[in-house]
Design a protein around this ligand. Sequence first.
Ligand SMILES: [Fe+2]
Ligand SMILES: [Fe+2]
Length: 274
Amino acid sequence: MHDKPKSTESPKCHDCVCEYNRLEEARFWTRIMMEHALFIKLGLPANEPKLRAEAEDFKEKFARLLERLELVDKLKGDLLKDLIRAVEAFIEFKAFLLKLLIQCKADPGSNYPLLLDHIRREAERFLGLLVSPLPQDPLTLLLQQEAFWLRIMKEHIEFVIHLLDPSERELIEQAEAFRITFSRLLETARDLKSMAAVMPRRFNTVICFTQEVINHTMQLRNFKAAAFELAELCKLLSIVSTPLLLDHIRREADKFLDELGVLLPEVKNCSSNC
Ligand SMILES: [Fe+2]
Ligand SMILES: [Fe+2]
């Protein structure tokens, strides 16, 4: 059994300054990009062989980059340049597909426009971390991450609701409850992020809010893990193209939890009197 890579190494905080680790992020997100390419390919209609081939090319490209990332202990030089180029091209591809759908210039297959937008945003985030992983104060960083990831979590729930078979009433009901909770959390995260722009020295509300976010995200993470297991065992009726999609969204929830696990204690130390 191989060890789970330590995911708590990014971001890292020291003396009330936090920064993402480029290599750790690249290892996480490159795998995510590779899987996005697979999901796009599986979701494209059969009458789009060229686009399917293009998606397959991206999948292979990211698989090769992932192998190279496993061999280095610093992300720089050609590998960094190749990675940036690949992510930029992939963002363009996702945007191109989304534009086709918005303008009704292609059959949708089973790639929802919002899914394409969602994975485009994830790729934009990855690109940002590759190009300029700026050190930041923990409070600002925490609220930025909460606003980013809560939107992602809310959309995962929406995708799951629309991919489950209508007869899966019990699961759909659970997912509906998550959707209401995460919509509310997202709205609050945006409010708090906006308020934090005035740079308060202490912001205790953020601590309580983040604890609530962690509790709900743990529950959502377990829901996704359970759905993945059911799909793997062929005990789930859905039009999910591959169970890997459910594992993928579970890993993204774990990444969010890992980041909160680093940032919350730092915010407690640096921006609260709790
Ligand atoms: Fe993703
Ligand atoms: Fe996602």
